[in-house]
Design a protein around this ligand. Sequence first.
Ligand code: ADP
Length: 233
Amino acid sequence: MELIKDGKRIDGRSFDELRPIKIEAGVLKRADGSAYVEWGGNKVLAAVYGPREAQPRHIQNPTKAIVSCRYNMAAFSVSDRKRQGPDRRSVEISKIVSEALDRVIFTEQFPRATIDVYMEVLQADAGTRCTCLTAASVALADAGIPMRDFVSACAVGKVDGQIVLDLGKEEDNLGEADLPIAIMPRTGEILLLQMDGHLTMEEFNKAVTLGMNACMKIYEMQKEALMKKYTGD
Ligand code: ADP
């Protein structure tokens, strides 16, 4: 299958173009903070609870809050029915999201507490870990959790020999490399960098630059979503 034709990608995008993205903050009444993100064909809800006392007590850390994340794919989120419950992939994504968020939250302000982040993938279409990180950090800000910075994420990849931004489903399945990136947008510090496939050093550098620039665009959308909730425009 040809993924690039006449300089355009299979869904008509140019190499450095993001899929359409919509971010909404504060969508759930019972969570302390929440966000809903549509990113191409991905639909993700994130809900944050806390900081609250960690239970059972033996899991408490006396010096800082635990950031506990759960990534879950709904049974109806993918075309083949997804078996319910955690699998290796969702455990991995929960872990990498926790680690990235732990770096930005001022956890030392909340000893013995837990901050719980639930991410529900309602529809998956490649790039759900970046969509979830994006949603989770808006939900954390919506919950008023003190953070040193935001987390903004986007994947980059290689398709038919070209470095392209924000892989779609066919590109993810048939492409040559997939490289999700998450950064702290104000400092540019990298919080997540994973890679599937192969890139030359030159391609890698190009991909990271492309991904980081896209993260800055995501950051603007995240801020806009929060502004919209609090100012109503
Ligand atoms: P990401 O969603 O962050 O890109 P992967 O690269 O592991 O993570 O997954 C790529 C895509 O593969 C997902 O977004 C989803 O569309 C699809 N996928 C993942 N797990 C399953 C599954 N169990 N069944 C069917 N499709 C899946």
